[in-house]
Design a protein around this ligand. Structure first.
Ligand code: FE2
Length: 422
C-alpha cells in the first residue's frame, strides 16, 4: 500500500499526463495509469505538478516588519538600511519568531519548500541569528531553510564585524555572506570579499554575497568574487546576489566579466521584484531597470535563480512570498516573454534555485523526495500568467497545504457563466 498516489498530473517540462507514486517520503514510480492502492489518492485532473518553488534569496529577519518603526518614504536601498538599523534595537525574540513563522506558513501555502535567507550578524547579541536557527530547525519537516551570515552594515565597517560573523557560523549558520559595496571604500570592499571567501574555504562552506547592489557602473566586486572563488578552489560553491550594477556596466567590460564568472561556476541570484523597486531611484529620465543581465548570463551557461528578497519590510512594502510573482516580474523586466524565456523564468524559481542551495533529492523522478506542488494551471506558462492557486502542496509524501480551486461565477444580463481562468 502506497502512502500517496497522485493521478493525472501534467509534469512540469512535459506534456504527458502521469501518475506519481510516493512511499516513505520518496517518489517510487512515475508513469501512466499506475495501478496500486494508496492511503491517499489525489486526482490532479490534468493540472500541472511541479517540484517545489525555491526562494534563493530572502531576508526572513526583516520580513513582515513593514512600518516598524516607520515606512520608507524615499524608496531607496539606503533608507531601507537606515530603517532596519532603527528597528534592530527594538526587536524582541518572540515577535521576531512569530513573524518568521508566519512567513514560513505563507511560504508553504505558496509551495515554497526551500528558502535561503540572509540573517543579519552585526548586532552583538546575535539574537536574530539564534531565533532564525530555531525557526530553521523547528520547520525542517516542512521547509528546507538555509541561513547566510549577512553583515548588513559591512563586515569591515561594522564594529567587530568579522568576530560576530564567525560566531554566527560557529552557532550553525550555513553559508558565508557579505556586502562589499557597503564597505567604506572600493578597496575595503575588495578586502572584505577576500577575507570572507577565505573564511568559507577554511570552514568548507558556501558563499553567497550581496554584490554591487547599486546603479554604479564602476562597481567591480563581482569580479573580485569570481577571482577569489577561482584562487581558493570554491568552484560551484559561490553565489553572487543582486549584481544590479551589471545593468549599467560598459558592454565591453561585461564581455570580459561573464566568462570569469562562468569559469568559477558562479551561481547568480536576481531579485526582480525588489530591485525593480529599489534601482534607478537616483535617475531622472530614463530610469534604469537595474537588474543583472540574465539572458546573457544564461547564454554563458551560468546558473541564474530568483529570490523574493523582501516581503513587507523596509525595502519592499508588498508581496505574499509567491515565487510566481517574482518570475512574472522577471519575465517583463528582462524581456523574457517568449516561450523559451518564460520556461526559463519558471526554472529560475524551481530547479535553478535547487542548484544554488545544493538541494539533494530535488525533482519529480523516482528516488527524489516526494515534494511537489499541484497548481490550478495547465502548464508552466499558464502558471506564470495566472499565478494560480496551489491546490495541494506535498512534502515527503504528505499534504502540508491545500487551497480550493478558484472559480468565479459571472452574471452579465440574464446569463450566468462560470469563469475558471483556465
Ligand atoms: Fe538581499
Amino acid at each position: 500500500m502506497l502512502d500517496l498516489l497522485v493521478k493525472n498530473a501534467v509534469l512540469a517540462g512535459s506534456d504527458a499526463v502521469s501518475d506519481i507514486a510516493c512511499q516513505d517520503g520518496r517518489i517510487t514510480e512515475v508513469g501512466p495509469a499506475i495501478k496500486a492502492l494508496a492511503h491517499r489518492v489525489i486526482d490532479a485532473r490534468g493540472y500541472l505538478v511541479s517540484p517545489p518553488f525555491v526562494d534563493s534569496h530572502l531576508h526572513m529577519d526583516a520580513a513582515l516588519s513593514l512600518g516598524m518603526p516607520r515606512r520608507n518614504d524615499s524608496g531607496t536601498l539606503l533608507e531601507g538600511i537606515r530603517i532596519w538599523g532603527e528597528l534592530k534595537p527594538l526587536l524582541t525574540p518572540q515577535a521576531l519568531k512569530d513573524r518568521a513563522l508566519k512567513l514560513v506558513r505563507w511560504s508553504v501555502a505558496k509551495g515554497n519548500l526551500a528558502i535561503r535567507t540572509h540573517v543579519d550578524t552585526t548586532d552583538p547579541s546575535l539574537m536574530v541569528v539564534e531565533i532564525l536557527l530555531e525557526v530553521r530547525d523547528e520547520m525542517r519537516p516542512y521547509v528546507d531553510i538555509q541561513l547566510v551570515a549577512f553583515p548588513q552594515d559591512g563586515v569591515l565597517r561594522a564594529p567587530r564585524g568579522i568576530e560576530l560573523l564567525e560566531r554566527a557560523l560557529n552557532k550553525g549558520v550555513d553559508v558565508v555572506g557579505g556586502i562589499p559595496h557597503l564597505e567604506r571604500t572600493m578597496e575595503q570592499g575588495r578586502e572584505s570579499v577576500r577575507i570572507l571567501c577565505e573564511i568559507a574555504a577554511r570552514r568548507g562552506l558556501m558563499v553567497d554575497m550581496h554584490c554591487d547592489e547599486s546603479d554604479d557602473p564602476h562597481s567591480r566586486h563581482v569580479e573580485m568574487l569570481a577571482f577569489e572563488a577561482q584562487r581558493l578552489g570554491l568552484h560551484g560553491r559561490v553565489t553572487g546576489s543582486h549584481l544590479t550594477s551589471m545593468h549599467s556596466m560598459d558592454n565591453y567590460y561585461v564581455s570580459k566579466l561573464l566568462p570569469l564568472m562562468a569559469e568559477c561556476g558562479m551561481h547568480c541570484v536576481c531579485n526582480p521584484l525588489v530591485n525593480m523597486n529599489l534601482q534607478g531611484r537616483h535617475d531622472t529620465y530614463p530610469k534604469r531597470r537595474g537588474l543583472m543581465r540574465v539572458p546573457e548570463l544564461l547564454s554563458q551557461g551560468i546558473n541564474v535563480a530568483f529570490g523574493h528578497d523582501d516581503v513587507m519590510d523596509p525595502w519592499y512594502p508588498m508581496g505574499s512570498h509567491d515565487m510566481l510573482e517574482v518570475a512574472h516580474m522577471g519575465a517583463h523586466a528582462l524581456h523574457m516573454t517568449g516561450v523559451g524565456g518564460l520556461k526559463r523564468m519558471f526554472q529560475a524559481v524551481t530547479e535553478n534555485g535547487a542548484k544554488v542551495l545544493g538541494l539533494d533529492g530535488y525533482g519529480l523522478t523516482p528516488g527524489c523526495n516526494a515534494d511537489m506542488v499541484i497548481l490550478q494551471a495547465a502548464d508552466e506558462l499558464e502558471a506564470l500568467r495566472l499565478r494560480p492557486a496551489r491546490l495541494w502542496v506535498i512534502r515527503r509524501g504528505k499534504v502540508v497545504s491545500e487551497t480550493p480551486e478558484v472559480v468565479a461565477t459571472v452574471t452579465i444580463g440574464k446569463g450566468e457563466e462560470r469563469v475558471d481562468f483556465v
